[in-house]
Design a protein. Structure first.
Length: 502
């Protein structure tokens, strides 16, 4: 009977299963020669760079008017960056500044000689730009781990200062006629900054908490010329960095539930403590509501209807948390404090999770009753005024057993969603086995590096096929297994083991 049950179970698995595929672009990069120089087919007529330092990472937005100076239409525009910051760039996107609602342009990373000082992103224009025509590009990206505390170590009650370095001349692969840079600081306390003589009058010019370098007439300045600038400013908040975030979303059709769990490996990149930590000084500072560079609390908004939240770390359950359930269409709020204040250079790892009603995120397609569309946030995470930077994010969507023909896409809006282009998102499909599974559940895994909390508003749409008999696989298997056990028990009970005379 046992062999019969095994055969039946295997037969059911073969009949009810089908191949699963994932539709996604793999990470590709264009290989360029070591001595590559972008063809000078474009000219930057006017360039304005806006650098925002109000959070724990640098955010840059470049608006540039480009002109085709060649005799042929051109469709590839090269963005050049110094090699030492190329890997720190996150959430790069390029749009038509005047028609941002039409979506972003395709951007491709390039590979050159590892010892090269410059690396490139290739922007593919949706339509070739005709000779002598102009186009306004809106380029936005974040620079992770680009802020450095100075001094590197301070006393527990001292104020924290960060430095940021950049070039007064924007590193462009093309000739730039005029350009300027606006730097926005979180406060007016800016004790040190570089001054230049690149123009007549004061440079930079100060307008409140914004410093303006330029405008510069750079028509005669060779592309790639650098003029180093360093600014030092007060930043009284922690520099929150997540080295790794693992985010799991498990879909259950039988339970009508979407279970979310996130695992964080977090650290504070701010100034380290010059002396030992004093709990007394920390309590007094909290009572006086003095600014602190430590991570004391994380505020996590959850979708309406979120229930059963939990917060644990390596030791176990953490009770210093408060959950406020959302009412109707209002967000729920989970406020939790780490087991200890996380000062500069300190690490903290934890996990949290919650449940949602699946009907709020899953819909059947109109054309096919066996096809489903799941729309979930790609990234949620704490919402903090000082911002959060993520070095690596792994999102895993665990679909029901038997899900097949899996496809995904990122929903884009007229503004930045903080994610890179689809070609820079690594995707894979695997099998996740858990309690009482037969063949295992289909798991879609997406891996992205260099993100910021701006990606909190991005949406992930997963489409998959899941027939009625796919859902019946587990009950049928369990039923056959139980019947096999009962049959085996009946057979054993009817075996005559008595001793008889021959």
């Amino acid at each position: 009977m046992r062999s019969f049950a095994t055969v039946v179970t295997a037969f059911c698995g073969l009949v009810l299963s089908s191949s699963s595929i994932v539709s996604a672009k793999s990470i590709e990069s264009k290989l360029l020669p070591a001595d590559f120089k972008p063809p000078q087919v474009f000219k930057n007529v006017n360039l304005v760079r806006n650098t925002n330092l109000e959070k724990g990472y640098a955010r840059e937005t470049i608006n540039v008017v480009i002109e085709n100076v060649d005799k042929q239409p051109q469709s590839e525009y090269y963005l050049s960056f110094p090699s030492d910051i190329f890997e720190q760039i996150g959430g790069l996107e390029v749009r038509n500044k005047k028609e941002a609602d039409k979506g972003r342009f395709d951007v491709e990373a390039s590979e050159v000689d590892p010892f090269s000082d410059v690396r490139y992103f290739i922007v593919h224009l949706p339509e070739p730009l005709a000779p002598s025509s102009q186009l306004t590009l809106g380029i936005s990206y974040s620079l992770l781990n680009s802020l450095h505390p100075r001094p590197a170590a301070i006393k527990q009650s001292d104020r924290q200062f960060l430095t940021y370095s950049f070039s007064a001349y924007v590193p462009s692969a093309y000739q730039t006629v005029t350009q300027k840079t606006k730097v926005k600081f979180p406060s007016a306390n800016i004790p040190d900054y570089t001054t230049t003589e690149l123009k007549s009058g004061a440079d930079p010019e100060r307008q409140g908490t914004t410093y303006i370098y330029g405008p510069y007439e750079t028509a005669n300045v060779a592309p790639g010329t650098s003029y180093p600038i360093t600014v030092r400013y007060e930043f009284t908040k922690p520099v929150i960095t997540v080295s790794l975030l693992e985010r799991d979303l498990e879909v259950s059709h039988w339970g009508g539930n979407l279970a979310t769990e996130e695992r964080y490996w977090l650290r504070n990149n701010g100034s380290k403590l010059l002396t030992q930590f004093s709990r007394v000084d920390y309590t007094v500072a909290n009572y006086q509501q003095s600014p602190s560079t430590a991570i004391k609390e994380l505020k996590y908004p959850l979708k309406p209807g979120s229930v059963d939240p939990y917060f644990t770390d390596d030791i176990g359950n953490v009770s210093t948390s408060r959950y406020r359930p959302g009412l109707k269409n209002r967000e729920a709020n989970l406020e939790f404090k780490p087991r200890y204040p996380v000062f500069g250079g300190w690490n903290y790892s934890f996990r949290l999770g919650w449940n949602n009603n699946l009907s709020s995120f899953l819909r059947r397609t109109v054309s096919n009753d066996d096809s489903y569309v799941l729309k979930v946030p790609f990234l949620e995470g704490p919402k903090m005024g000082e911002g959060i930077q993520y070095e690596k994010v792994v999102v895993r969507v665990i679909l029901p057993e038997g899900a097949r023909n899996v496809r995904y896409e990122i929903v884009e809006g007229p503004t930045s969603n903080g994610l890179p282009s689809a070609s820079q998102i690594q995707s894979s499909l695997s099998t996740h086995k858990t309690f009482m599974d037969t063949l295992g559940r289909t798991a879609l895994t997406l891996t992205v590096e260099s993100l910021t909390d701006e990606a909190r508003d991005s949406q992930l749409v997963v489409t998959y096929d899941y027939a009625f008999w796919d859902g019946m696989r587990k009950p049928i298997t369990i039923t056959i297994g139980l019947l096999s056990v009962f049959a085996a028990a009946w057979a054993v009970a009817n075996i005559d083991v008595s001793i008889k005379k021959r």
